[in-house]
Ligand binder design. Structure first.
Ligand SMILES: *Cc1c(COP(=O)(O)O)cnc(C)c1O
Length: 232
């Protein structure tokens, strides 16, 4: 099942790239494996998947300890400051930074571990009450503040789009995030070189690719249903 699902998702990404005149290698598929057993991740790994996304610190750490070292782990869920220390030397990219205090903690732990932390700013584009993330208006200021911290590198933006029936309805959200990303890139903030745009999930990743996503985060479309859509 994972094999067929993965093939279909990869094919859809290829087609979306072709429609948008983008190169296929501009887009990385993150297999969102939260709640799924290690055996399923092993199956995806055997099929060539190297980017996995998890939303809980404990689960990420457990799985990372049981799987090959060349996996790139993406922390995509809300991150509490007191848990940063457990993942700082295990994650490739933290997608969910939405406050200066969290960034300061990440910076502090990165210095301590002698690594550079790569992060994305989570933006709440639609202004949904139920979601984490910074408002688009506050994003440039936050990035400027973070850019002054040591051992932390802002690499781009991430959003979780609203749950919609029709994927097309999220096009304006993805396009708004792309515009914000371009605007901020043009500011040439010292120490900030943005190259990642993390947007699109099972329901809407093709639209996200058409609008410029460099990472899409697909769970259900690869591993099948979970008993819930998102927990943060
Ligand atoms: C669970 C989750 C996903 C994947 O959701 P699917 O709809 O199963 O593809 C993507 N991003 C985040 C932040 C998530 O928590």
């Amino acid at each position: 099942m994972i094999k067929e699902n993965l093939n279909r998702v990869q094919e859809n990404i290829r087609n979306a790239c072709a429609r948008a005149g983008r190169k296929e290698d501009e887009v990385t598929l993150i297999a969102v494996s939260k709640t799924k057993p290690v055996s399923m991740l092993e199956e995806a790994y055997a099929l060539g998947v190297r980017d996995f996304g998890e939303n809980k610190v404990q689960e990420l750490v457990d799985k990372a300890g049981q799987l090959p070292e060349d996996i790139r782990w993406h922390m995509i869920g809300h991150l509490q400051r007191n848990k940063v220390k457990y993942i700082i030397d295990k994650v490739y990219l933290i997608h969910s930074v939405d406050s200066l205090r969290l960034a300061e903690e990440i910076s502090k732990e990165a210095v301590k571990h002698g690594v550079t932390a790569n992060i994305l700013i989570e933006v709440n584009v639609a202004g949904e009450e139920s979601k984490f993330g910074v408002s688009p208006e506050d994003t440039p200021g936050l990035i400027e503040e973070i850019s002054r911290l040591p051992a932390i590198q802002v690499r781009g933006l991430m959003t979780i789009a609203p749950f919609v029936e029709k994927a097309e309805d999220n096009r304006i959200i993805f396009n708004a995030l792309l515009k914000l990303y371009v605007d901020i890139s043009r500011k040439n903030i010292d120490n900030v070189h943005m190259d990642f745009l993390s947007m699109g999930m099972t329901g809407d990743y093709e639209v996200a690719v058409e609008e410029g996503a460099t990472f899409v985060r697909v769970g259900t479309g690869i591993f099948g249903e979970r008993s819930y859509r998102i927990t943060e």
